[in-house]
Design a protein around this ligand. Structure first.
Ligand code: G4P
Length: 533
């Protein structure tokens, strides 16, 4: 995948909206799978694979952290955002490593809770978003209602590129607003030879014959409304995260997916410049912009995954290449430790396969075998340039556990284990200042199970886990040291520090938080550790 422009993206959706189904279809277009679960192996054969099934059964994302494929002369990297029970901080952090996002909506349900949370993260970087209204082969909400739902809840302007004609048993297909053709749903089998009906003249008899009188009246009314209500699609507005092109269809039936993918490969951004801090990386550090076309290689770790292959018990750190070119056997500079590291076996992923790659470019994701040296957010460079990529924050957890070792002699093991697991991003570790208690924070309950299992398995620590009914944390900033001192006294019981010793406020209830904000107007409360509004 050398010269093709990169498109590094992720799918955001609520569980069951169809992300897995869509992923399968995208991989099919990329020639990686032949049908659901049939994955191309290294030899080029298609073998029945159970990776998606396994993923579903275990509820844990196993091998599909990155899926790379080519389509329309672009090299696409689809990054997995675990969305089921294992919804975790990984899900959020993955979004810091992509340039654009595909949002899947279940058209019978509209916007759902998890999508709202993920959109908040996208908004921090104004990530461009394309939208797919899924499951039109079933009864769906009215398309205007769906658009309104997204615009009012997610505050993004929807620009339909296609328009559905009916839904469920009456679903006739979609009207392409640019080509003025109807893409027929019935008998649609091969997306590459679609059943197209010229609808430039909606009064033509063949249009009436195709969709019937009732749906034709509705289509005409809808198109008139669209013309008055919806501005034209602007690539610039899309790239700035203001507009989202919207497609309607059915991932399951592979209907409307090609049109969406064609659009993504046409307009989705190639790697963009990224901000990095110069040493000493503190809050006063100078921030520079690093261009993907810079000659010098740079990259950062956005995800660490342990036990990817149960046979090898390895840990893989996923690095996003941000600039320059990376060659196998290059010595790269690990800025946090100041060490040069030779990377002899950089990995690239394709569905369940992983291959050693010879070179990688800005936008690519490579996997590094890791014996515990790396941490989330670690930056690498070639020329010993002292930088640290910003914008890879921790996010407020929603669930908390107080952890204590059952055996006091094992307290050190516990500390080490929790420290390492939090570096991997498995959970977040906070230390309560008044009591020195160790508080674990997670976004999904499964994260605690993973930590418990791994503490026992890898660190031989049996611990007690007591749930703490907190709603979240806020990272704090103070303008005035006097205010800070007073605040530290007033709220001492809910103050904690995170792994980088940043001060946090534990939110017992939303009401408590609101009160604290009202009483302390000069104190800033942030939902993420990078203090991004
Ligand atoms: P997720 O990864 O977002 O959680 O969703 P997934 O793709 O697993 O889809 C959730 C369910 O919705 C699956 O059904 C899937 O077949 C179905 N689905 C996805 N896209 C469409 C669509 O376009 N139309 C219809 N009608 N259904 C769709 P399931 O019964 O839960 O699983 P399965 O038995 O089909 O595997």
């Amino acid at each position: 995948m050398v010269h093709k422009p990169r498109c590094t993206f992720a799918i955001i959706s609520h569980p069951d909206a169809g992300k897995t189904t869509m992923t399968e279809k995208l991989l099919w277009f990329g020639g990686v799978v032949r049908e659901a679960g049939m994955v191309k192996s290294k030899t080029g054969d298609y073998a029945k694979s159970d990776w998606m099934e396994l993923e579903k059964q275990r509820g844990i994302s196993i091998t599909s952290s990155v899926m790379s494929f080519e389509y329309n002369d672009r090299a696409l990297h689809l990054l997995d955002t675990p969305g089921h029970k294992d919804f975790s901080e990984d899900t959020y952090r993955t979004l810091t490593a992509v340039e654009s996002v595909l949002m899947m909506i279940d058209s019978a349900k509209g916007v759902e809770a998890q999508t709202i949370k993920l959109m908040d993260v996208c908004r921090m970087r104004d990530t461009p978003i394309a939208t797919f209204m899924n499951k039109f082969d079933r009864e769906a909400m009215d398309p205007f209602e769906l658009l309104d739902n997204i615009e009012s809840i997610l505050k993004i302007q929807c620009i339909p590129m296609t328009w559905p004609i009916g839904s469920g048993i009456d679903f006739k297909g979609v009207y392409d607003l640019r080509s003025k053709q109807i893409l027929g749903y019935k008998d649609a089998k091969d997306p590459f030879s679609p059943n197209l009906v010229d609808a430039s003249n909606l009064d033509a008899k063949h249009v009436l014959d195709f969709i019937g009188a009732e749906l034709l009246v509705k289509l005409k009314e809808d198109l008139e409304m669209l013309e008055t209500l919806i501005p034209p699609f602007s690539k610039e507005e899309y790239l700035n995260g203001i507009q989202s092109p919207v497609f309607f269809g059915s991932a399951l039936r592979n209907f409307g997916v090609k049109e969406l993918l064609d659009m993504i490969t046409e307009v989705a951004p190639t790697p963009r410049p990224r901000e990095a801090k110069l040493a000493p990386y503190d809050s006063n550090a100078e921030v520079i912009e690093i261009d993907p076309s810079d000659d010098e290689f740079t990259g950062f770790i956005f995800k660490i995954q342990a036990n990817m292959d149960s046979k090898h018990r390895d840990r893989i750190s996923f690095m996003r290449v941000c600039s320059g070119k990376f060659n196998r056997n290059d010595k790269i500079f690990h800025i946090r430790t100041g060490k040069e590291i030779k990377i002899a076996t950089p990995l690239m992923f394709q569905a369940r396969d992983r291959d050693i790659v010879e070179e990688a470019f800005a936008g690519d994701i490579i996997g590094l075998y890791d014996t515990g040296k790396y941490q989330i957010g670690d930056t690498f460079s070639r020329g010993k340039k002292l930088i640290k990529y910003t914008g890879i924050p921790s996010f407020s957890p929603e669930l908390f556990m107080r952890v204590t070792s059952k055996d006091p002699m094992k307290a050190k093991h516990l500390e080490k284990g929790l420290g390492q697991l939090s570096e991997e991003g498995a959970t977040q570790l906070f230390i309560r200042r008044s009591t020195n208690e160790k508080m674990l924070g997670a976004v999904g309950a499964l994260q605690f199970e993973v930590v418990k299992f791994r503490l026992e398995d890898e660190y031989s620590v049996n611990a007690t886990y007591e749930p703490v009914a907190w709603a979240g944390v806020r990272w704090l900033r103070f303008e005035d040291p006097k205010v800070q001192n007073k605040f530290m006294e007033d709220y001492s019981s809910v103050l904690m520090v995170d792994k980088e010793e940043r001060l946090c406020f534990a939110v017992r209830t939303e009401w408590d938080l609101r009160l604290a904000i009202e009483k302390n107007p000069t104190v800033k409360f942030y939902k993420n550790s990078d203090y991004i509004e």
